[in-house]
Design a protein around this ligand. Sequence first.
Ligand SMILES: Nc1ncnc2c1ncn2[C@@H]1O[C@H](COP(=O)(O)OP(=O)(O)O)[C@@H](O)[C@H]1O
Ligand SMILES: [Mg+2]
Length: 299
Amino acid sequence: MRQNNEVILTMERVSFRYSPGTPFERLALIDIALRVMRGERVAVVGQTGSGKSTLAGLCNGILKPSDGNVTVFGMDTRGDAKIQKQLRAKVGHVMQNPEDQLFEQYVGDDVAFGPLKLGLTLDEARERARSAMAAVGLDFTEKDTPIYTLSRGRKRLVAIAGILAMEPELLILDEPTSGLDPLTAKSLLDSLSAMCEEKGTTLLLITHQLSEVLQLANRVIVMDHGKISRDGDPEAIFLAAEELPFGLDVPDEVIMAKRLQAAGVRIERKDWNAEGFAATMANSLLNREVKDGKLTKLE
Ligand SMILES: Nc1ncnc2c1ncn2[C@@H]1O[C@H](COP(=O)(O)OP(=O)(O)O)[C@@H](O)[C@H]1O
Ligand SMILES: [Mg+2]
């Protein structure tokens, strides 16, 4: 994983209020401090309403902090129109609702819209659209499909392709797999993972699925009522999962790893899968026996 010491995103004492000064005022983020380095893959998890999408919106300047500062690639997100343009070019944000960002009538036009806006030629934009569509598993012939005929899941894939086509340095995905079947979801994440690796893209992935965190992220932030309640290594945080805010489903592989560790069998993070569990257990049984439900070393 490419990663260096360049800080690309900073939040300092950031709070965010929706509809300030109205009866609908709502404090969505409270005193957030965050630093993201280039090349990191950060997952943001937490219950519905904990502030994940608001946090994402602050990262590319769609939302401005009510208090504190947000700096992205050295630019204050409160900056002028020129800065906003530069932010849009470097920060790609796939919103939670794909309908919020699809404007064109046909798939191809929508995916090529961003690259054209960046000033690329028609041919270049077409190439960008082609490879972005491939990356999300859409056939290029679908470029001529009217968007309104697509399911919500496929609209989401089009929205993701439209952002990938701009080749952002920071890619923010707000629940990208919701509405997708498990197989499509997994292949999308695999493909995004390969793309981030290849291009050195920094990733901020918002998700409900802790197993997606294990698949994709090297850092996890747990949001709870507008605050960051945990920030660190996914393995360590999930192994202490009973302390996590209510409402997060701990993935089976974490439960399994935890049970094995409690039984005295060490299992590395890379082996948290069916093959790894089987091999680890087989190996440990060669050297141990089960006594009173516990594994003990053979004399
Ligand atoms: N447009 C809005 N106007 C008013 N309140 C909002 C708006 N969007 C979100 N909120 C509120 O802000 C809080 C955080 O919401 P959000 O960031 O969408 O959380 P999450 O993405 O974790 O579900 C919630 O209490 C939500 O009801
Ligand atoms: Mg949300």
